[in-house]
Design a protein around this ligand. Structure first.
Ligand SMILES: Cc1cc2nc3c(=O)[nH]c(=O)nc-3n(C[C@H](O)[C@H](O)[C@H](O)COP(=O)(O)O)c2cc1C
Length: 539
């Protein structure tokens, strides 16, 4: 391997030849899902819920949710319904936690950091979020609070996500680097949704380089037994006030953070020393991100009508916490055409609703939809072009015999095309590492990412393509819940088999993530417990 393209090739799965991995699960050294910092000052986040809890579908109405001031309770709400716990599950005496955002293997490689001015009840500085206890641990406090404070335009603060690769390599080996990046996409979209219900807007700060993020979060000191890698940086601001942080503000924060002492020592996540997976560390080096200009708004803004709400009456917090991955589908329920169109419509990049403010650039990931059971929809292979300007490039790349026919009843703004009719359940099953979930739902999909454009400005674009795919996955998870059905992300798929099946003629597009949606079969053997029942009666 000597570049990110060769990592991508080496980490492909194929029938009978999976990407290199450990081959077994070493339960003796299972990664601890929570990181904490011994000796860091701990700040409880309130559990009380006195803030308004809008209906989930209110997020589709621009300006429909009043912006909340930045208080500890609002911060608590943001974290609880994005990176926080969603439930504990128990089976035969074994208990494990689930979170509001999904994660490959439920291994949760992501750590979250709040970088903020003083909030009543929380000092200014850099704080690590420990979701198990719903607390912030102070890692760093500015010695010059006034200078620090001046870097944050009113109501604005930062949220950084880092990665502990080992949590994923423990199970998935070489392919983990991709999974870590997909997880970042999911988590950032989860933050964007949770923020929108507080009337806040989240933007991705692609201008910050990895080295600056390491310095800002103190990831290099003290060195953790299992290293944390920079993930991505988000700016969170009250919607519509335009008071976004400047590039100079960011640079000053990094310079200030370098001048003080970081507090606390990271816990060890395993009983034995973690072994890095060399190929994953190499991939991280190939994708190292230097400072880059902020992404400008795409010129290709689709002119689209507002979202049609789904029939759910659940509030935002109810729906977000109820989100789960289906482990089995019933293999027979048929989805209504309206539900199908509503779900696909949510994947179009409407910049003014979550989570699309995260991605101001041109959409580069396009779902190939395998329709199995949708009323009035011919089973077959379809393509949703998330920008119409992507269609010529996709037509040039994909099988020349594809039809590119617009299906009957398709809303005029939805660039959906029938490529090839026919029952494709067997292919869906086979391509998804022979997982039944890909064939037993209403539809499944593979996400074709534009590598030619995405990597043109540097290898770090490989990470960003996976973030975009993870964001699409998070939209689908919540869209499925809003329709009363369920989704599941699929990271295990036979890459080149899918490419061959799509008649891909070059490497300009590659599939990076798969997903499935349908009516789930509940596993009644499991007991479900309240996510924060173990904390007692904290207010
Ligand atoms: C990137 C990614 C890849 C995943 N791949 C698979 C998969 O191949 N098969 C599967 O059954 N579930 C897959 N999942 C679902 C996870 O197993 C699930 O999110 C995790 O067990 C936590 O459960 P929850 O989503 O209900 O919180 C994937 C999830 C993510 C985010």
């Amino acid at each position: 391997m000597d570049n990110i393209e060769s990592y991508h090739e080496a980490s492909k799965h194929a029938p009978g030849r999976y990407a290199p991995g450990p081959g077994y699960l070493n339960w003796e050294n299972q990664p601890e899902p929570f990181r904490w910092f011994h000796g860091a000052k701990v700040h409880d986040l309130p559990l009380r819920q006195s803030l308004p809890d809008p209906l989930f579908e209110a997020m589709g109405q621009v300006g429909g949710i009043a912006s909340q001031p930045l208080t500890l309770e609002a911060l608590s709400r943001l974290l609880m319904y994005s990176l926080g716990l969603a439930a504990w599950k128990e089976y035969e005496g074994v208990r494990w936690s689930l979170r509001c955002h999904p994660s490959s293997g439920n291994l949760h490689p992501i750590e979250g950091y709040v970088i903020a001015p003083a909030v009543p009840g929380l000092p200014p500085g850099v704080h690590h979020y420990l979701s198990r206890d719903h607390v912030l641990e102070t890692r760093w406090i500015p010695t010059a609070p006034d200078l620090w404070h001046r870097c944050f335009p009113a109501g604005t603060f930062l949220l950084a996500l880092s990665l502990i690769h080992w949590r994923e390599t423990w199970k998935y080996g070489l392919r983990s680097f991709r999974y870590c990046q997909l997880n970042l996409g999911h988590a950032s979209a989860a933050l964007s949704y949770a923020a929108s219900f507080l009337g806040w807007r989240v933007t991705l700060r692609t201008d910050m380089g990895d080295d600056a993020m390491i310095r800002l979060l103190g990831l290099q000191r003290p060195l953790a037994p299992e290293p944390e890698h920079p993930g991505l940086l988000l700016a969170i601001s009250p919607a519509g006030d335009g008071a976004d942080m400047t590039h100079e503000n960011l640079a000053s924060l990094v310079a200030l953070a370098e001048s003080g002492e970081f507090q606390g020592h990271p816990n060890s996540l395993g009983h034995l020393p973690a072994q890095p997976w060399p190929g994953v560390e190499e991939a991280a080096r190939y994708c190292h991100k230097g400072p880059t200009p902020s992404v400008t708004m795409s010129r290709d803004q689709p002119v689209v009508p507002p979202l049609v709400p789904a029939p759910t009456r659940q509030t935002a917090t109810e729906l977000i916490r109820a989100r789960r991955s289906a482990q089995r589908y019933d293999g027979k329920s048929v989805l209504s055409l309206d539900s199908f169109f509503r779900m696909l419509d949510r994947l179009l990049p409407r910049r003014d609703i979550p989570p699309w403010s995260l991605l101001p650039g041109e959409p580069l990931v396009h779902p190939v939809v395998l329709v199995h059971r949708v009323r009035e929809m011919q089973p077959g292979v379809y393509l949703l072009a998330r920008s119409t300007s992507a269609v010529p490039g996709l037509r040039e790349t994909l099988d020349p015999s594809f039809l590119w026919r617009v299906p009957a009843h398709t809303p005029s703004h939805l660039p959906l095309f029938l490529l090839r009719p026919g029952d494709c359940r067997a292919e869906a099953f086979h391509i998804s590492c022979q997982q039944d979930i890909a064939a037993d739902g209403a539809f499944s999909l593979g996400m074709l990412a534009n590598f030619s454009t995405g990597l043109a400005e540097g290898a770090w674009g490989y990470r960003a393509l996976h973030w975009e795919a993870g964001i699409l996955g998070q939209v689908l998870y919540l869209a499925a819940e809003a329709e009363g059905i369920r989704g599941t992300g699929i990271g295990c798929f036979f890459d080149d088999l899918f490419h061959q099946w799509m008649g891909l003629r070059n490497h300009g597009f590659q599939t990076v993530y798969h997903f499935t949606v349908g009516v789930a079969m509940a596993d009644r053997r499991l007991t479900t417990l309240h996510p924060y029942g173990h904390i007692g009666n904290r207010q």
